[in-house]
Design a protein around this ligand. Structure first.
Ligand code: 10D
Ligand code: SF4
Length: 321
């Protein structure tokens, strides 16, 4: 039998660690699973619990119904709010309708909500660095009255932002931003408004920071880098940008192995792989398995940080209940 030369071609896969599920995603998925166990199906979920097609499809099969608006939920079924957070008006509305609701907002997003509220109570105008239209940004802005929070998306926005009172400003950020872009935006704001109050520590969360660092660590010598994740996942999209900026010639975001174009690997010797914070690890393994059918693969685990963070489930859904 003739040997297929492609199958004997060596390919090194540099696997970024940490990658994939963060503690907030893990907790949010568990909240939906436990709610289905406890209350039975259907359970309503306001917005995709996390931005991943596979996670959403699996939970749909278990009995979750995903909606964008509380108005689309019957009042006699429990509703879960997604990990990205929701405006205050949503929980107030659920209370007014006497609905059972479970808040799967990541504790690190809730922490930003609390920070913004404290600044507001101290009379400060708040700058939120983030992406317009993203549910986390809508949720954070929605913690406070209209006009209390000004959105800054880019360095250009930071340069032209005109506060009501330059001496009475604070900033907070979306948790899943590019660490490097945000540092530039913060530097511009601090140059213009030296007294601006800042978070104690970065609002960009540990998982976002670690996944971006891990991409930088695997980038060296990579001909191509694949990020496993869905197109609406902000933190996953950022990983593609980080790879390209670190000098990887090509980087793609793919949902799963079925979206892998083997032509991308034609001249590749070294391939980087990572996964966004909402992408299940099984999808990474399936991509490696698919590539191993055509190449003599060596997998190098490149570990740049160890993660030990985990979050408790809300009362009533945890192990004590
Ligand atoms: O779009 P994204 O990166 O904010 O969300 P995703 O659901 O992909 O990942 C989890 C991140 C959350 C919930 C925001 F903190
Ligand atoms: Fe929480 Fe960070 Fe994960 Fe978002 S990416 S859910 S803030 S741990």
């Amino acid at each position: 039998m003739a040997i297929d030369p492609a199958k004997t071609r060596p390919l090194t896969i540099r696997l970024a660690t940490p990658r994939g599920f963060c503690a907030g995603v893990d907790r949010a998925i568990q909240i939906v699973e436990r709610a289905i166990e406890r209350y039975g199906a259907p359970i309503y979920v306001r917005h995709e619990i996390v931005h991943n097609r596979h996670v959403v499809d699996r939970l749909k099969a278990l009995g979750a119904v995903f909606v964008e608006d509380l108005d689309d939920c019957p009042t006699d079924r429990p509703v879960v709010f997604s990990a990205h957070g929701a405006p205050k008006s949503v929980s107030l509305e659920a209370q007014a309708r006497k609905m059972i609701y479970l808040d799967a907002t990541c504790p690190l997003v809730s922490k930003v909500h609390v920070e913004a509220e404290r600044h507001f109570e101290s009379g400060r105008e708040i700058v939120l660095i983030g992406h317009a239209g993203h549910p986390e940004v809508i949720g954070t802005m929605g913690q406070l009255p209209d006009g209390a929070v000004a959105l800054v998306e880019t360095l250009a926005d930071a340069e032209r932002f005109q506060p009501r009172d330059p001496e009475n400003l604070a900033f907070v950020t979306q948790t899943t931003l590019s660490v490097d872009d945000t540092a530039d935006i913060v530097a511009a704001l601090q140059r213009r408004f030296p007294s601006m109050a800042a978070p104690h520590k970065e609002d960009i969360c540990y998982a976002t920071t670690n996944r971006q660092e891990a991409v930088k660590a695997v980038a060296e010598n990579c001909d191509l880098l694949l990020v496993i994740g869905s197109g609406n996942s902000s933190n996953s999209v950022r990983l593609v940008e980080v790879a390209l900026r670190a000098g990887v010639p090509k980087a793609f975001l793919i949902d799963d192995a079925s979206h892998l174009d083997m032509a991308w690997l034609t001249d590749a010797r070294t391939l980087g792989i990572t996964a966004g914070a909402s992408a299940p690890e099984v999808l990474v393994q399936e991509v490696i398995d698919r590539i191993s059918q055509d190449f003599a693969v060596t997998v190098q685990n490149v570990e740049s940080a160890r993660e030990t963070v985990s979050f408790k489930l809300p009362r009533g859904l945890g192990p004590e209940s």
